[in-house]
Design a protein. Structure first.
Length: 139
Protein backbone atom coordinates (compact mmCIF):
# COMPACT_ATOMS: atom_id res chain seq x y z
CA UNK A 1 0.00 0.00 0.00
CA UNK A 2 2.80 2.43 0.91
CA UNK A 3 4.62 1.66 -2.34
CA UNK A 4 1.44 2.26 -4.35
CA UNK A 5 0.86 5.60 -2.63
CA UNK A 6 4.46 6.70 -3.19
CA UNK A 7 4.32 5.59 -6.83
CA UNK A 8 1.10 7.52 -7.31
CA UNK A 9 2.60 10.69 -5.78
CA UNK A 10 5.72 10.37 -7.93
CA UNK A 11 3.58 9.93 -11.06
CA UNK A 12 1.52 13.01 -10.16
CA UNK A 13 4.68 15.02 -9.58
CA UNK A 14 6.15 13.96 -12.92
CA UNK A 15 2.89 14.70 -14.72
CA UNK A 16 2.58 18.21 -13.25
CA UNK A 17 6.27 18.96 -13.79
CA UNK A 18 5.99 18.05 -17.46
CA UNK A 19 2.68 19.85 -17.82
CA UNK A 20 4.09 23.10 -16.39
CA UNK A 21 7.22 22.80 -18.55
CA UNK A 22 5.15 22.56 -21.72
CA UNK A 23 2.92 25.46 -20.63
CA UNK A 24 5.96 27.68 -20.11
CA UNK A 25 7.50 26.53 -23.40
CA UNK A 26 4.22 27.12 -25.23
CA UNK A 27 3.85 30.60 -23.72
CA UNK A 28 7.39 31.50 -24.80
CA UNK A 29 6.58 30.41 -28.37
CA UNK A 30 3.35 32.40 -28.25
CA UNK A 31 5.26 35.48 -27.03
CA UNK A 32 7.86 35.14 -29.80
CA UNK A 33 5.14 34.95 -32.47
CA UNK A 34 3.31 37.92 -30.96
CA UNK A 35 6.54 39.96 -30.95
CA UNK A 36 7.09 39.17 -34.65
CA UNK A 37 3.64 40.49 -35.49
CA UNK A 38 4.20 43.45 -33.17
CA UNK A 39 7.30 44.53 -35.10
CA UNK A 40 5.23 44.98 -38.25
CA UNK A 41 2.52 46.90 -36.40
CA UNK A 42 5.10 49.14 -34.71
CA UNK A 43 6.73 49.91 -38.06
CA UNK A 44 3.37 50.75 -39.62
CA UNK A 45 1.85 52.84 -36.82
CA UNK A 46 4.36 53.88 -34.15
CA UNK A 47 7.82 54.35 -35.65
CA UNK A 48 7.17 57.86 -36.95
CA UNK A 49 6.81 59.35 -33.47
CA UNK A 50 8.66 56.86 -31.27
CA UNK A 51 11.52 56.23 -33.78
CA UNK A 52 13.06 52.94 -34.94
CA UNK A 53 15.16 52.68 -31.78
CA UNK A 54 12.25 53.45 -29.44
CA UNK A 55 13.89 56.64 -28.13
CA UNK A 56 11.02 58.93 -29.17
CA UNK A 57 11.56 62.60 -29.93
CA UNK A 58 13.08 64.64 -27.13
CA UNK A 59 10.59 66.98 -25.40
CA UNK A 60 7.77 65.82 -27.70
CA UNK A 61 7.21 62.05 -27.84
CA UNK A 62 8.25 59.89 -24.89
CA UNK A 63 10.76 57.10 -25.27
CA UNK A 64 9.65 53.48 -25.22
CA UNK A 65 13.26 52.32 -24.83
CA UNK A 66 14.09 51.52 -21.20
CA UNK A 67 10.74 53.05 -20.29
CA UNK A 68 9.78 52.93 -16.63
CA UNK A 69 6.27 54.15 -17.52
CA UNK A 70 5.67 51.38 -20.01
CA UNK A 71 6.67 48.61 -17.63
CA UNK A 72 5.18 50.09 -14.43
CA UNK A 73 1.88 51.26 -15.94
CA UNK A 74 0.77 48.28 -17.98
CA UNK A 75 -2.98 49.03 -18.04
CA UNK A 76 -2.45 52.74 -18.72
CA UNK A 77 -0.04 51.87 -21.55
CA UNK A 78 -2.59 49.53 -23.13
CA UNK A 79 -5.32 52.16 -22.65
CA UNK A 80 -3.10 54.80 -24.31
CA UNK A 81 -2.64 52.66 -27.40
CA UNK A 82 -6.29 51.61 -27.50
CA UNK A 83 -7.92 55.01 -26.93
CA UNK A 84 -5.11 57.51 -27.38
CA UNK A 85 -3.10 59.43 -24.81
CA UNK A 86 -3.65 63.00 -23.71
CA UNK A 87 -2.32 64.84 -20.70
CA UNK A 88 0.85 64.73 -18.68
CA UNK A 89 2.76 61.51 -18.13
CA UNK A 90 6.19 61.06 -16.60
CA UNK A 91 8.60 58.76 -18.40
CA UNK A 92 12.04 58.11 -16.96
CA UNK A 93 11.72 61.19 -14.75
CA UNK A 94 10.74 63.55 -17.57
CA UNK A 95 7.25 65.02 -18.04
CA UNK A 96 5.61 64.74 -21.46
CA UNK A 97 2.41 66.55 -22.34
CA UNK A 98 1.65 65.74 -25.95
CA UNK A 99 -1.33 64.08 -27.56
CA UNK A 100 -1.34 60.65 -29.18
CA UNK A 101 -4.39 59.84 -31.28
CA UNK A 102 -5.61 56.24 -31.15
CA UNK A 103 -4.04 54.37 -34.06
CA UNK A 104 -7.22 52.34 -34.67
CA UNK A 105 -5.73 48.96 -33.85
CA UNK A 106 -7.73 45.84 -33.03
CA UNK A 107 -7.25 44.24 -29.61
CA UNK A 108 -5.00 41.49 -31.02
CA UNK A 109 -2.81 44.10 -32.72
CA UNK A 110 -2.53 46.08 -29.48
CA UNK A 111 -1.48 42.92 -27.62
CA UNK A 112 1.15 42.19 -30.27
CA UNK A 113 2.61 45.70 -30.31
CA UNK A 114 2.65 45.79 -26.49
CA UNK A 115 4.51 42.47 -26.44
CA UNK A 116 7.02 43.89 -28.90
CA UNK A 117 7.66 47.22 -27.18
CA UNK A 118 7.78 45.71 -23.68
CA UNK A 119 10.46 43.29 -24.86
CA UNK A 120 12.63 45.63 -26.94
CA UNK A 121 15.27 48.34 -26.40
CA UNK A 122 16.19 47.26 -22.88
CA UNK A 123 12.63 46.49 -21.75
CA UNK A 124 11.89 42.99 -20.44
CA UNK A 125 8.42 41.64 -19.77
CA UNK A 126 7.89 37.91 -19.26
CA UNK A 127 4.14 38.27 -18.75
CA UNK A 128 2.55 38.12 -22.18
CA UNK A 129 -0.10 40.73 -22.99
CA UNK A 130 -3.16 38.84 -24.19
CA UNK A 131 -6.10 39.81 -26.37
CA UNK A 132 -8.37 39.11 -23.40
CA UNK A 133 -6.41 41.53 -21.23
CA UNK A 134 -6.63 44.24 -23.89
CA UNK A 135 -10.36 43.68 -24.40
CA UNK A 136 -10.96 44.27 -20.67
CA UNK A 137 -9.41 47.75 -20.79
CA UNK A 138 -12.14 50.37 -20.94
CA UNK A 139 -11.92 54.09 -21.61
Amino acid sequence: MKLTTISFIVCLFLYWSNHNFYDVYSQQDELKESIKRGIEIYNDFCVTCHSPDGKGVENLYPPLANSDYLLNNRKESIRGIKFGQEGKITVNGKVYDSKMDPPGLADDEIADVMNYITNSWGNKNDQIVTVEEVSEIKK
